[in-house]
Design a protein around this ligand. Structure first.
Ligand code: UDP
Ligand code: MG
Length: 313
């Protein structure tokens, strides 16, 4: 019998966990042809999420859990889940029902009947999201797709069902700075996209702040494009050409009209502008350097505190 593992990252989700399980029970009932494994990843929750996972494991052996020593972020939770998944097919799904479990049978059927390696999902539109957030997200996707060779699909969710081959490929990418939307695209394979309408959170609240989203978008840019690095070189060349023209103009002006002492304000403006641009470019280099620095340390992506396999330690 084919086995499907569902990886479910959870961070302070005590309110959503049971609702999710009840919903998945229906789906598992519907998909009798497959064996299920629900792999909950407790990403260092401070509430009762882990206790609920343990209870679920007691009650239903299809439920397993991994628990981190602290909060490592959703990307780390996805990686840990994929690494510990035993299924021939692996799905990644949010616990808050914003990734509708009811879509899973359809996704599975597509992989059975058609020649695809994974079925991915994206939001049909950005309804139910603050205007400013939509605007920032859309600008981000436009920007990153201009400068990156890897296509990052606008509105793509992490919710997808993959064949084992693809899961193994994703696991090969053991980088520390993880950006799943890019990684799933980078490994290639044949993807079928499904669209669905936005669903509100079942319970609890979102774990994303504007700051967190901003850092996440930087992760995407530095992880999947090196174009910003060449920006410094391009600006440098432009400024060299500009200064060459300015030197010529000043020499000619002095030769024709003499040399009255003037131009102090413009000089100050130029110094400010140029040093600003220089610092900006150094900052870009710094971003890449810091990512490289973390990468060379080879720190583990996650650390387990306990799991359903070992029991309590
Ligand atoms: N999540 C996680 N670690 C984090 C933040 C979030 O494992 O540091 C999980 C969270 O429990 C949820 C999923 O990632 O299952 C998506 O998070 P959320 O619903 O807050 O994001 P949104 O849907 O608002 O983008
Ligand atoms: Mg959500």
């Amino acid at each position: 019998m084919t086995k499907i593992t569902v990886v479910i990252p959870c961070f302070n989700e005590e309110d959503a966990l049971m609702i999710y399980y009840w919903e998945m029970e229906k789906v598992m009932e519907e998909m009798k042809e497959a064996e299920f494994e629900l792999l909950f990843v407790d990403d260092g929750s401070a509430d009762h999420s882990l206790a609920i996972m343990k209870k679920l494991h007691e009650k239903d052996k299809r439920c397993r859990y991994l628990s981190f020593s602290r909060n490592f972020g959703k990307e780390a939770a996805i990686y840990a889940g994929l690494k510990n998944a035993k299924g021939d097919y692996v799905a990644v799904m949010d616990v808050d029902l914003q990734d509708p479990p009811a879509l899973l049978p359809k996704m599975y059927r597509i992989l059975q009947e058609e020649d695809f390696d994974n079925v991915a999902t994206k939001r049909a539109d950005r309804a139910g999201e603050p205007r400013i957030r939509s605007f920032l997200s859309e600008s981000f996707y436009k920007f990153i797709n201009k400068i990156s060779g890897t296509e990052i699909v606008d509105g793509a969710r992490d919710y997808r069902l993959m064949r084992r081959k693809m899961v193994d490929a994703v696991l090969e990418m053991s980088e520390y700075n993880r950006f799943s939307k890019g990684i799933f695209e980078w490994v290639g394979f044949r993807t079928k996209w499904l669209e669905f309408d936005h669903v509100d959170r079942s319970a609890g609240k979102t774990k994303w702040s504007v700051g967190k989203l901003f850092r996440y978008s930087l992760e995407g840019i530095t992880g999947f494009s090196v174009a910003p690095l060449s920006l410094a070189a391009v600006i440098g060349v432009l400024f060299c050409m500009l200064s060459f023209i300015m030197i010529l103009v000043i020499i000619m002006r002095t030769a024709i009209w003499g040399d009255p002492v003037a131009g102090w304000p413009s000089l100050v403006c130029i110094i400010f502008l140029v040093s600003g641009i220089q610092l900006f470019c150094t900052g870009i280099v710094g971003q890449y350097l810091s990512k490289t620095y973390l990468e060379t340390k080879h720190r583990p992506i996650f650390i387990l505190r306990e799991s359903s396999e070992e029991g309590e330690q």
